[in-house]
Write a protein that binds this ligand. Structure first.
Ligand code: ATP
Length: 563
């Protein structure tokens, strides 16, 4: 298929903000896409070139794009740079310069979707000395054969900033519309495959009912909703319910197949290499030929054997070198709480109490290495409250409360899990804009506009945050560091305000959620405070939703802010 046809769709999608129109456009397009291009087209519609859980990264900087535009257009690098600082968007620069060139030389262009995706994928696989020029020529080759619009979208795809706005919900509905299958069946397949490209292909081929879990390939995780107290959790989940400590670690989904163990994070990133001690513990302590487990890994101090907060061990997730030494200094203990697949069969469709029974049978605890989470199954409010107090006294975040009859259902609103914390839990939000400071902070972006998302993935502002960002590096994340992260993402400027591509996910604490007409969400955070960067753990799709904020607005009474 010609890439231009996909570009025509991008252009139409850019012109509408209406969910139904976007859905109809994508559905019609998916009907027409030839079978061999479906997966690629769906990836490109989401601005990716790999499955969402694929560890490969394009990793092509703005600087290199600038060089590729220079090579492809014949315009000097200085001139390209000048245009870039004027327009603030390399996609537009490419579009202008490449458009001119193709018009003047009348180059006939016949880029295919396959060619575009193949060249961009190669950027992620070439490694080592001497590959930079090769990478530039891969992009330049595409640009040379592009029309003006194609150049814009190729540039944005290479930079992973497509901005056409196809949220997962729209894709799900479009695939359903294009194939006549139910939205539920599409969503179920997407939970299992964690990849809408493959879902679309199988749906078109009529093979969706063949979709099943496969150890080695990550699945979406089950999530919870906040409740204000134990009583409310019983109302949500029925009696009795299962109570577990909410541990302050990080989520790991653990797979085993053919004696190979694989670990995935909450973002479905493969972190097997980073946690050799976890691989070892699972191999020793969990019986079974094949399985998928859900777990929370907790760091602890090897000297005192006491738990460490997530912050102290987060560096292990990204670490690429000296892994063994770091594992000794900051070891983690695995707390297993669910099993979704066991010895060739899915367990997603059996109730929690049975899954838990199986789990307790197959995991043999090893102190400070691996265990199943402590649990209390009760219908008694006093007992549950005492368990909550004990959890907090031990330094945990609160409780996870689970419906004993619930199936394993990925997603947030399925009603199987609740979380209870004594504090107003911080929100994960994305920075969509910022403004330059005054006086000594005049060169730095120092106040950040933060947004949540609605069901369609539209970003809605909830306030501005500045407090909590530091002046000095020793104290934490600085204005300078945030400015450095945000500057390459600037898409427009208005006076001292800038708008940025939403990429930087931050955790924000606050004293209260208030109704407010000032911000697009209809809510504002009172006294927001920057807590930490969450770019390594959460993607923009994972930020808190408007529904989360509404829920917090209703459960906030009596909770302490954690400023
Ligand atoms: P948070 O930012 O509060 O950790 P989240 O967005 O990752 O939340 P939620 O569904 O809101 O996901 O909260 C559940 C999270 O709590 C899980 O993702 C997991 O990492 C963590 N957790 C800690 N202890 C448990 C437990 N016993 N059972 C399930 N999840 C647990």
């Amino acid at each position: 298929m010609q890439y231009q046809r996909l570009v025509d769709l991008y252009l139409k999608l850019e012109k509408t903000t209406k969910r139904l129109e976007k859905t109809a456009l994508v559905a019609q397009f998916l009907k027409e896409v030839p079978a061999e291009d479906v997966v690629d087209v769906v990836y490109l519609l989401q601005g990716h070139v790999f499955a969402p859980w694929d560890a490969r990264k394009i990793g092509f900087s703005s600087r290199l794009v600038l060089k590729a535009i220079h090579v492809a257009s014949g315009t000097s690098a200085e001139k390209v740079e000048q245009l870039w600082s004027k327009q603030g968007d390399l996609g537009l620069v490419a579009s202008d310069l490449i458009g001119k060139k193709t018009q003047s030389t009348l180059v006939s262009h016949a880029l295919t979707v396959k060619k575009v995706i193949a060249n961009i994928r190669k950027l992620a696989t070439l490694e080592g000395a001497g590959t930079v020029d090769r990478k530039i020529s891969l992009v330049a080759e595409l640009l040379t054969s592009s029309s003006s619009d194609e150049a814009r979208f190729i540039t944005r795809t290479v930079l992973e900033e497509l901005r056409v706005g196809i949220a997962a919900g729209i894709l799900r509905d479009s695939i359903a519309q294009a194939t006549g299958l139910s939205v539920e069946s599409i969503e179920h397949a997407a939970d299992i495959l964690a990849d809408y490209g493959t879902v679309a292909q199988l749906a078109k081929e009529g093979k969706l009912d063949k979709v099943s879990l496969e150890p080695g390939r990550p699945m979406q995780m089950m999530l919870s909703i906040p409740v204000k107290d134990v009583t409310q959790s019983f109302e949500e989940l029925d009696k009795p319910a299962q109570f577990e400590y909410k541990l302050d670690g990080f989520r790991l989904q653990i797979h085993k197949k053919n004696n190979q163990i694989t670990l995935f994070t909450r973002r479905l990133e493969n972190v097997t290499k980073q946690f050799p001690e976890v691989v070892d513990s699972v191999a020793r302590a969990v019986r079974g030929e094949s399985f998928i487990l859900d777990c929370e890994a907790i760091g602890f101090d090897p000297k005192t054997q006491t738990p460490l907060p997530f912050q102290s061990i987060s560096q292990r997730i990204k670490r690429k070198y000296d892994i063994e030494q770091l594992a000794k200094r900051l070891p983690v203990e695995l707390n297993v709480f669910d099993v979704m697949y066991y010895n060739g069969k899915t367990c997603m469709d059996i109730p929690l109490h049975e899954r838990r029974k199986l789990l307790d049978k197959i995991v043999t605890p090893i102190p400070l290495k691996i265990k199943t989470t402590e649990k209390l199954v009760t219908d008694n409010i006093k007992e549950a409250q005492a368990f909550y107090d004990k959890s907090l006294a031990k330094g945990n975040e609160g409780l996870m409360i689970k419906k004993v009859t619930s199936l394993y259902q990925p997603g947030r609103y399925v009603g199987g899990w609740c979380k209870l914390k004594p504090v107003l839990e911080p929100l994960d939000l994305v920075i969509v804009g910022a403004s330059y400071g005054e006086g000594k902070r005049a060169a730095a972006l120092s106040s950040y506009v933060i947004a949540c998302q609605d069901e369609e993935g539209n970003l809605l502002e909830v306030g501005r945050v500045s407090t909590g960002v530091k002046e000095k590096e020793e104290e934490g994340v600085t204005f300078e560091a945030l400015t450095k992260l945000l500057k390459p993402l600037i898409t427009g400027t208005k006076g001292r305000e800038v708008f940025v591509t939403p990429k930087i996910v931050v955790e924000v604490a606050y004293e209260e959620v208030q109704k407010s007409p000032t911000y697009g969400s209809g809510y504002a955070l009172r006294f927001p405070r920057f807590k930490r960067l969450r770019v390594d753990e959460k993607k923009v799709e994972d930020i808190n939703s408007l529904a989360d904020i509404e829920r917090i607005f209703h459960v906030q009474k009596g909770k302490k802010p954690i400023l």
